[in-house]
Design a protein. Structure first.
Length: 160
């Protein structure tokens, strides 16, 4: 079952790169006491994700923060090493936190899996964006397959 507006973000663990290597990130801790704009992509370094989705949030980071967003985060069913490398390639430092959901635990808990096995991609995340306030989903924008509209930084910003 897919989460919906008003639901608490499901408890799950992801990974984030630190100076010491990958560290656990608990969703309970990550979303606690702050307003987070999180967007999910099917895969790091993939065409739409690299050309439009992540760059849009990097470009609009200051505008999102002016509208009350404390943290902007990107999640994908990739490991923390890949997410870190993609973040460096996209110059996200200080703007977007890169979270690896390597086993898809968070994606499954959200109910937003995408089966990319027919294309050799395995289980991935659907493309979506959400605004979470102190652990509660306030906005949720899930894309139709192959679309990129409602999960964009512009759309999230317009709806804050």
């Amino acid at each position: 079952m897919t989460v919906k507006v008003g639901d608490k973000v499901p408890s799950a663990k992801m990974k984030q790169m630190s100076a010491e290597g990958p560290k656990d990130v608990s969703t309970d801790d990550f979303f606690k006491g702050k307003k987070v704009a999180l967007f999910a992509v099917p895969g790091a370094f993939t065409p739409t994700c690299s050309a439009k989705h992540l760059p849009g949030f990097v470009e609009k980071a200051a505008d999102l923060k002016k509208k009350g967003i404390d943290t902007i985060a990107c999640v994908s069913v990739n490991d923390a090493f890949v997410m870190d490398a993609w973040g460096k390639a996209q110059n996200v430092s200080g703007k977007v936190e890169m979270l690896g959901d390597g086993n898809g635990e968070f994606t499954k808990a959200m109910g937003l899996e995408l089966d990319g096995t027919p294309n050799g991609l395995g289980k991935r995340s659907q493309r979506y964006a959400m605004v979470v306030d102190n652990g509660v989903i306030k906005q949720l924008y899930v894309e139709q397959p192959r679309a990129f509209e409602v999960s964009s930084a512009d759309h999230v910003l317009k709806n804050l």
